[in-house]
Write a protein that binds this ligand. Structure first.
Ligand code: ZN
Length: 438
């Protein structure tokens, strides 16, 4: 098993405090930190660019924000938590009565110690978020006439939306998509767990690049608008992709699960279940649903990419979701490292899911002539009842230019890795060749 625990831990702590949103310098800073690990290209899409039915919004940046009471004491301070501000809040600096200020405050009565995460991307307004206990503490001491000074030192102006992209070229131009989103401020399982997992997966793929059968398109985008903008700016490449992974909420304390791709019978879903079973992990199955993350865009009618997600405490389902409690206590580097390892096991299978065509379909091949006839007869393959000879004969029987290696492995009940290794040997003798129409 890979062990990136220490590097993941360092990255979690560095990325956690950064103020991110769908645009802004925090996203650039995040991508620059990722560049220390992988050679990401940073791309900017300008404000106002039309991307399908959407428009790239103004860029939002914030320096500071606070609420001061009548004694001049800061009762809410952005410097303590970037979640205190509704993301995309417009700039404001004025005195305001408590009775009016209350209309701009967000809290969670059923989670009194948590600061909620709120956004207002497409409606120009402002607001503060605080824990319910903070709110009660203020509210109990005041009558509505008490005056507060509020300040949000933000900028909402023409700029751009930032994304990160890494293309890893394998032997075939056929690509798999890996997508994670960079738009959440100080929360870890939602957003950063997927970003970090994607980073270390990319690092491992680059390490073994010369052996990759497929190519990989790895993108880091703000959720929704970023995925839409990426599709619009890379339409041809994206329309040729058939499978992908959307990485998110994969480092919590709870149970593993996976969200199926839009075609339930697609191989990617079966492979994920194989990986869980091979690792003796109990998992929850979430059928495809039009809600969720960026698979909403990638699975839309124009693209139809079969995208799946491995989760550990999936979005919507854990109580810390979209609050200040989705923090370093909730996401541990050891857990995230384990998820990276599971994803790598999955990608190893996906990578080897190729199609071969038997170039000598007329009757049997004379194996001894090609030095393929096993010298010692009867050797049985690991975890199988088949001998090497059987495996070669069955492979040649099934390799019709349409059946994938994964399908053949299932038919023969052998490990895909074992079948792949044998296939490479037969390919070397020019008896079979890879075909692209997987
Ligand atoms: Zn979220």
């Amino acid at each position: 098993m890979i062990d990136y625990t220490n590097e993941i831990d360092t990255l979690l702590k560095r990325l956690y405090p950064i103020t991110r949103s769908i645009t802004g310098n925090g996203n650039r800073e995040t991508l620059k930190i990722l560049q220390e690990h992988i050679p990401l290209k940073i791309i900017e899409y300008p404000t106002g660019q039309e991307v399908y039915d959407w428009t790239i919004p103004k860029e939002w940046n914030i320096k500071d924000a606070w609420i001061k009471n009548s004694k001049g004491e800061k009762v809410i301070d952005f410097k303590n938590s970037n979640l205190h501000i509704v993301s995309y809040s417009i700039p404001i600096h004025k005195k305001i009565k408590w009775s009016e200020l209350k209309n701009h405050l967000h809290y969670l009565e059923d989670l009194p110690e948590a600061i909620p995460y709120r956004t207002s991307y497409y409606n120009e307004t402002w607001g503060f978020c605080l824990s319910y206990s903070q709110f009660l503490n203020l509210d109990s001491k005041l009558n509505g006439d008490e005056e507060f000074e509020i300040c949000i030192d933000s900028k909402l102006e023409n700029g751009s939306l930032t994304i990160g992209e890494l293309l890893i070229e394998g032997k075939s131009k056929k690509e798999y998509l890996l997508s994670s989103y960079i738009c959440h401020p100080s929360m870890l399982n939602d957003s950063m767990s997927g970003v970090i997992a994607s980073t270390f997966i990319a690092k491992e793929l680059l390490r073994d690049k010369k052996n990759l059968e497929h190519s990989y398109r790895i993108v880091f985008v703000p959720e929704t608008i970023g995925a839409i903008a990426y599709c619009a700016n890379n339409e041809k490449a994206m329309k040729s992709i058939k499978n992908g992974l959307v990485l998110t909420t994969c480092g919590g304390l709870g149970q593993y699960g996976y969200k199926q791709s839009w075609q339930k019978e697609n191989f990617i879903n079966e492979m994920i279940e194989d990986v869980f079973e091979e690792n003796n992990i109990d998992f929850i199955t979430y059928p495809f649903d039009i809600h969720g993350s960026d698979e909403r865009q990638y699975s839309s009618q124009g693209f139809k990419i079969n995208c799946a997600t491995i989760s550990k405490d999936r979005y919507y389902e854990y109580k810390e979701y979209h609050t200040s409690l989705d923090n370093l206590h909730f996401v541990k580097a050891e857990n995230l490292n384990k998820t990276v390892d599971l994803y790598l096991q999955l990608i190893s299978k996906m990578d080897k899911n190729i199609i071969y065509k038997n170039l000598q379909p007329n009757c049997e091949v004379m194996l001894s002539k090609h030095d393929l006839y096993p010298k010692t007869g009867g050797a049985i393959l690991p975890n199988s009842t088949l001998s090497v000879l059987d495996l070669i004969l069955w492979s040649l029987f099934y390799m019709d230019g349409k059946t994938t290696l994964y399908e053949i492995a299932k038919k023969l009940d052998v490990d895909l890795e074992v079948l792949y290794k044998e296939a490479l040997k037969i390919e070397e003798k020019n008896i079979i060749k890879k075909v692209m129409n997987e």
